[in-house]
Design a protein around this ligand. Structure first.
Ligand code: FES
Ligand SMILES: [Fe+2]
Length: 351
């Protein structure tokens, strides 16, 4: 069987000193929600004052899953023998005695809400740095000048790096999504540039003088002539990748609008992931049909990608010998991302 961190050449499969998306804000409320994140069971809920809380989700008494307990005010009461924990994780009550045992606190994870997402820090608490959260406003989240749609959360039986690599090599669009992404059949032929900054890496394709397809006609009803359209894949970090991009009038170069697909990826275990998608656009805000189109596209695209990477994960999980990996020029960006991710993981191991 292939190593759980393959294709990374480090032992630890994912960075821990990292903000990941635990849930959409709307999923966290006054009920107990359990989510596996980086192989840990996490319990999510909101205090009476509305603050999101993330605690370890297994009772240290006899390992009862705490989401099967109940909330008493801001406290979590285990459903088995009633041990009760505060929102900071501290054990406040053991019903059968007057004191609480030592080392009985639940782990309390730093959480913060940005762009209607609950971000969780899975590493050392003292290193939780808010400036490491992606600039969600820049990509249209929580920004009144943009419309956005949340797509259903899905669980995928594949390691998170497979989804990162899937998104960074959009030449697959011409094959996997040939019928689901309008104009997709041409994407593989557009030349690729890789643009790097210290915060992100973008695999950029600039389609030029593309004829208006039915989707573009709906998105930009005033547009008559051909367009330049960007098909970006921007690695903003392991937790977030942006695809899509800007559309320009081909004659004047005038920007018509930007349509983003934001992909939030959270490893649930070394070989499984949770996948959140949000679409954002800064045009046609008065036309909800465009949001419905984005949602509909997501509904068709997501299973196509999930099926592809699940099939690869099954190869990794089997006992067959893998062929020696080859890469094409188009994989340049994805390979650089592997190196970034490995460097991030190595850095925290040294620290
Ligand atoms: S297992 Fe939770 S109180 Fe016993
Ligand atoms: Fe895809």
């Amino acid at each position: 069987m292939t190593s759980p961190s393959y294709p990374l050449t480090v032992e630890q499969p994912y960075p821990r000193n990292q903000w990941w998306v635990a849930a959409y804000s709307g999923e966290v409320g006054r009920n107990l929600l359990a989510r596996d994140i980086l192989g840990e069971r996490v319990l999510l809920y909101r205090t009476e004052a509305g603050e999101a809380v993330a605690l370890s989700g297994i009772c240290p008494h006899r390992a009862f899953p705490l989401d099967k307990g109940r909330l008493v005010g801001d406290h979590v009461q285990c459903g088995y023998h009633g041990f009760t924990y505060g929102a900071d994780g501290g054990c406040v009550l053991v019903p059968s005695q007057t004191s609480v045992p030592q080392n009985s606190a639940l782990r309390c994870y730093p959480v913060i809400e940005r762009g209607d997402l609950v971000w969780i820090w899975t590493g050392q608490v003292e290193l939780a740095d808010l400036t490491l959260i992606p600039d969600v406003g820049a990509v249209g989240l929580g920004n009144p000048a943009w419309a956005s749609e949340q797509h259903p959360v899905c669980e995928v039986a594949a390691r998170y790096t497979l989804l990162i690599e899937n998104l960074l090599d959009l030449s697959h669009v011409s094959f996997i999504h040939a019928t689901t992404i309008p104009g997709g059949e041409k994407v593989a032929q557009i030349p690729v540039d890789v643009v790097e900054t210290d915060r992100s890496l973008t695999v950029q394709r600039k389609g030029e003088n593309l004829p208006l397809n039915p989707l573009l006609k709906m998105q930009f009803p005033q547009q008559r002539g051909p367009v330049h359209q960007h098909f970006d894949a921007e690695y903003i970090g392991p937790a977030m990748i942006r695809t899509g991009g800007a559309v320009f009038d081909a004659v004047s170069g005038h920007l018509l609008g930007i349509n983003n697909f934001l992909h939030m990826i959270t490893p649930t275990s070394p070989t499984t992931l949770r996948y959140f998608v949000i679409t954002t656009r800064n045009f046609g805000l008065d036309n909800p049909a465009l949001g419905q189109i984005n949602l509909g596209m997501g509904t068709r695209i997501q299973p196509e990608d999930s099926a592809a990477i699940t099939a690869i994960e099954q190869v990794f999980q089997s006992t067959v010998t893998l062929p020696r990996e080859i890469s094409a020029r188009v994989d340049n960006g994805a390979l650089k991302v592997r190196r970034r991710l490995e460097a991030q993981i190595r850095a925290e191991q040294v620290a």
